[in-house]
Design a protein around this ligand. Structure first.
Ligand SMILES: [Zn+2]
Ligand SMILES: [Zn+2]
Length: 342
């Protein structure tokens, strides 16, 4: 099968084609696993963190990609949840131990043995992928394959971030960074909290305009003061300065949720500029969001189908995955990027 692999950790500023197109044997599903013929795989910022070693793959080479939509081609022994031919999705969570205190309390996203699709096991930048059947999801009919893929990470992690933000209808929410996940959060907020004010911060004019097109009340630069205080902010940037710059805009008791698996350390000294009285006093909080549970994905797919929440897509052929990743790195973004595989 055709597959794109990462052979070694590399620096995207120097290496403009980090993934290699190769021919690999089609994987064989083990007990309770399913083999999926991949139709679409979403492109996520986390792939950049894997390639550049901020969250290094458990093995190399690795096939990245964790927003997989395809159809079941073959079932391993004992697999019975789906039928051959069923359309399913695969998300970031590939498995968890199922026995620890986190797994047994609805927090499998925090499991010590959390294994991630496309980082700890091969993912969906390939014509076929295998996954434990318990970690696959039926895709609601309302979505096309390409429309469903970004929901599996950008959407699901956005959903978890929004839940952790504790927003109530009528309050203001800020989004700093406006890529795949944030644009889906904007759509979610409009559906779930129709009276909420949405304020978008971005370094790029293109993202600011895109936010207004989608119905944001205001958009401005990352450093700006928002015209109103914000009860919650979700940060999806890879940097620290936007976090520092956002804190002054938080309302008393407000919470900033960092939706990023890793931060780049280049501008970490920005945190030294945090002013306790202006930025943290009055019970302001900073919280991270880590991974997702299967329930997040299932609940979000149900919500997204009912709304419906349809992502804005930029589609690339599988062979052009490197270009998609570099454009993501360079913030040439309008919505969510997906690879057309089969
Ligand atoms: Zn992702
Ligand atoms: Zn566990």
């Amino acid at each position: 099968m055709k597959a794109l692999i990462l052979n070694q950790i590399t620096n995207l500023a120097k290496n403009r084609s980090p993934l290699e197109l190769v021919d690999l044997p089609v994987p064989i599903p083990k007990d309770r696993e399913v083999l999926i013929k991949v139709s679409i795989c979403g492109v996520c910022h986390t792939e950049l963190d894997e390639i550049e070693g901020r969250t290094p793959p458990a093995k190399l080479p690795i096939v990245p990609g964790h927003q997989i939509v395809g159809r079941i081609e073959k079932q391993g022994k004992g697999a019975a949840r789906f039928n051959t031919g069923d359309r399913v999705g695969v998300a970031w969570i590939n498995s968890a131990c199922g026995r620890c205190t986190y797994c047994t309390s609805g927090r499998e996203n925090l499991c010590d043995d959390f294994r991630a699709t496309g980082r700890d096991v091969d993912g969906g930048y390939a014509e076929y992928a295998v996954v434990p059947e318990a970690f696959a999801y039926a895709i609601p009919d309302v979505f096309t394959d390409a429309g469903a893929a970004p929901l599996l990470c950008a959407g699901a992690i956005g959903y978890r971030s929004l839940r952790l933000a504790n927003l109530r209808d009528g309050q203001n929410i800020g989004l700093t960074g406006f890529g795949a996940s944030a644009h889906l959060v904007l759509k979610m907020v409009k559906h779930q909290y129709p009276r909420a004010g949405i304020f978008v911060f971005s370094r790029t004019e293109k993202e600011r305009e895109f936010a207004l097109d989608l119905g944001a009340a205001w958009s401005g630069d990352t450093e700006d003061y928002s015209p109103e205080k914000l009860h919650a902010i979700i940060d999806t940037t890879p940097a620290w300065r936007p976090v520092y710059a956002a804190m002054k805009n938080l309302e008393k008791g407000g919470r900033l949720v960092i939706n990023a698996i890793r931060k780049e350390d280049r501008d970490k000294e920005a945190l030294l500029s945090l002013d306790y009285t202006r930025d943290l006093w009055m019970e302001k909080e900073i919280k991270s969001v880590a991974n997702i549970t299967r329930k997040d994905v299932e609940d979000f797919l149900t919500l997204a189908a009912a709304a419906p929440i349809i992502p804005e897509i930029e589609e690339y052929p599988l062979e052009e995955a490197n270009r998609a990743l570099l454009e993501l790195k360079d913030r040439k973004i309008r919505g969510a990027k997906v690879l057309k595989v089969g």
